[in-house]
Design a protein around this ligand. Structure first.
Ligand code: GCU
Length: 406
């Protein structure tokens, strides 16, 4: 599908043609042998592992090879004001002993900001973000006005997080794994393969970025002042996809804000709307995936996928997940396809005693479904998480403000 509407293979944005493949949508609560999952035990013991195995084998790949430990070092500590909050900010570097040639070192870049007056271990909101070079390119490409529109009217997300007394953390995704195919021979994936080619079931960049999030969690478990049992993650667009993978595969993560993740994220592959399998598998995005995935853009097709993305959301259950999208230019992410995926994941939340979306009816823009453990809201702006940050923080406040020390 081409984002250009004048193209002969323009992406479909006609809702009446969007559900062409939905009749082959696999049921999340039916075992591979065709019988029904009827108990939480059946989910945890059998169905969940079945689904996780397919995502690893066919879609995102498996963490491969012997990976050296990460050595974490605080390289800078500074006092600063972020918004109205006096903050202590640490720059943290995670380096790995790298058997590959010099110049390919992996140095994970993490920034941790904590309210200076906070006592005890505070919850953490962790954003998977872009590197300095990418942000510089954005500044070249867009005017200040356009960038301001992307940021929205409210204060930046980290100010909002710190104002609640929590810590705000940023992790640079490309410091773990480059965002291009050539980079597969380096980064953590390259270390895992010894600098060689991947086999078809090995991990792609999305799984690698998600792996990096787990390593940050290891760090937080040992660092002082952070509550590693209350870490919420957020990612937007490609990093929204990565954070959904992280939440699905890392049970220690407490909550997630999955913003405009679209294809390979929270959107159903079987929806014929916006971005399609071939865009991910057959373009400059293939390195996000396992090699095994590429066959679904030919010789196999979308109906041959043994899973769909509602099952990835289901792997997060019963933990709180907020799925978000925008309007306008965000049609490429197929907002309704993401809503439907959350709706089809809801029976797993309910089986586990939590609350799903509670409806199959697509709500209007701006109407949030925010009362359950799985939440949905589409905002008025385009491809940005900005307007949904306050809603997400209210959503996790229900969990994070509970005192568990009593
Ligand atoms: C492209 C890609 C999307 C991705 C987005 C981004 O639009 O097709 O899948 O989410 O880039 O990450 O910015």
């Amino acid at each position: 599908a081409d984002g250009d509407p004048a193209s002969p293979h323009a992406a479909n944005y006609d809702e009446s043609e969007a559900n062409g493949h939905m009749d082959t949508l696999p049921d999340v609560l039916t075992f591979a042998d065709g019988s029904r999952v009827t108990s939480a035990e059946g989910w945890w013991q059998r169905r969940r592992p079945e689904i996780a195995d397919i995502f690893e084998t066919e879609i995102y790949g498996r963490v491969t090879g012997e990976l050296p430990d990460i050595e974490w070092r605080v390289t800078e500590t500074r006092s600063e004001s972020i918004g109205d909050v006096d903050t202590l900010t640490q720059t943290v570097a995670g380096s790995m002993k790298n058997p590959l040639p010099p110049g390919t070192e992996v140095n994970i870049e993490l920034t941790l900001s904590r309210p200076a007056t906070a006592t005890g271990d505070v919850p953490v909101v962790l954003e998977l973000g872009f590197d300095a070079a990418f942000l510089a390119r954005l500044r070249e490409r867009f005017t200040e006005e356009q960038l301001a529109a992307f940021r929205g009217d409210g204060p930046p997300w980290n100010e909002q997080v710190l104002a609640r007394g929590w810590a705000a953390a940023s992790l640079v995704a490309t410091s773990i794994q480059a965002d291009n195919g050539a980079g597969l021979y380096e980064g953590v994936i390259g270390i895992g393969t010894g600098g060689g080619s991947r086999t078809p079931g090995d991990w792609g960049a999305l799984r690698a970025w998600a792996w990096g999030v787990s390593r940050v969690l290891d760090y937080l478990e040992n660092a002082e002042g952070f509550n590693a049992t209350r870490v919420a993650v957020e990612g937007h667009s490609r990093y929204g996809k990565a954070m959904l993978v992280a939440m699905a595969f890392e049970p220690r993560l407490a909550a997630a804000f999955i913003s405009s993740s679209g294809e390979a994220g929270a959107k159903l592959w079987r929806r014929h709307y916006g971005e399609q399998v071939g865009n991910i598998a057959g373009s400059g995005e293939y390195h996000w995936m396992a090699g095994n995935f590429l066959k679904y853009a030919g010789p196999l097709g979308v109906d041959d996928l043994p899973i769909d993305q509602h099952m990835l959301i289901a792997l997060c259950a019963p933990r709180p997940v907020f799925i978000s999208s925008g309007t306008g230019g965000d049609q490429w992410t197929d907002p309704k396809g993401m809503f439907l995926a959350a709706a089809h994941a809801s029976p797993v939340y309910e089986l586990l005693g939590a609350r799903g979306l509670g409806t199959m009816d697509y709500p209007a823009v701006g109407v949030g479904l925010l009362d359950g453990d799985l939440a949905w809201r589409q905002h008025e702006m385009g491809h940005t998480p900005a307007p949904n940050w306050p809603y997400f923080l209210d959503f996790i406040d229900r969990y994070f403000s509970k005192d568990t020390t009593a």
